[in-house]
Design a protein around this ligand. Structure first.
Ligand SMILES: [Zn+2]
Length: 210
């Protein structure tokens, strides 16, 4: 199993060992690494992209517990220099962290987050009502989010003994999460709540970030 450096470290570069490199029918190469700084697609977040030496990593996925890095060219076995596309990582981390924040804001109004999708251009959080759920308008959510962004609450990550990880911002209740996050909510300036929809009793909040 690939060791997941990205769960405990935000590093964007590392010396990493290539275990195997297998050509595929689509002219991509399937690379397994001993340990990885690349966040695979999953948990509502797109994968990191980047480079192994000068070879592009175009997608990263999780298959049967292994992390598979797709590259455009073969990569030599042994040590390589891995680099993450930092701009893309930052955008994904901001969108994903904004999802956490919107989840917390919903919980304050007695809505429980049940699903989230943090892809650029299509980010949303879906909530189920708890007893006493209050109406939330676009403006209500926007103002609450801006308040916590201004407070710049910091991200706290706890790795549990069973391998799971919990992530919280400031005093809010932690969520189990394997995604990537901003160090503090101040980095979410430009968060923009777009629409709020109620369908079959569930509430969906659509958002983006400038
Ligand atoms: Zn998260």
């Amino acid at each position: 199993m690939t060791e997941r450096i990205y769960l405990s470290s935000q590093t964007l570069v590392a010396d990493i060992e290539v275990i195997d490199c297998i050509p595929r029918e689509d002219e991509r190469y399937s690379i397994r690494l001993k340990s990885t700084i690349f966040h695979p697609q999953g948990g509502g977040q797109p994968s990191d992209i980047g480079w192994l030496n000068d070879v592009e990593v175009v997608h990263v996925s999780e298959e049967n517990g292994e992390i598979i890095h797709l590259t455009t060219k073969p990569v030599p076995l042994g040590n390589v220099f891995a680099r993450i596309d930092g701009d893309r990582r930052q955008l994904h981390s901001r969108l994903h962290s904004a999802g956490h924040l919107i989840g917390h804001v919903g919980e304050l109004a007695m809505w429980r987050p049940i699903k989230a999708h943090h892809w650029p251009g299509e980010s949303k959080v879906v909530f189920k009502p708890e007893a006493g759920a209050k109406n939330m308008s676009v403006e209500d959510i926007q103002i609450s989010c801006e308040y916590y962004v201004m407070q710049d609450l910091s991200c706290n990550i706890t790795l549990r003994d069973d391998g799971f990880r919990e992530v919280s911002f400031g005093h809010f209740t932690p969520y189990p999460c394997g995604g990537t996050h901003v160090a503090s909510l101040g980095q979410l300036k430009g968060i923009n709540i777009q629409t709020v929809q109620i369908k079959k009793g569930n509430l969906t909040v659509y958002y983006d970030i400038a």
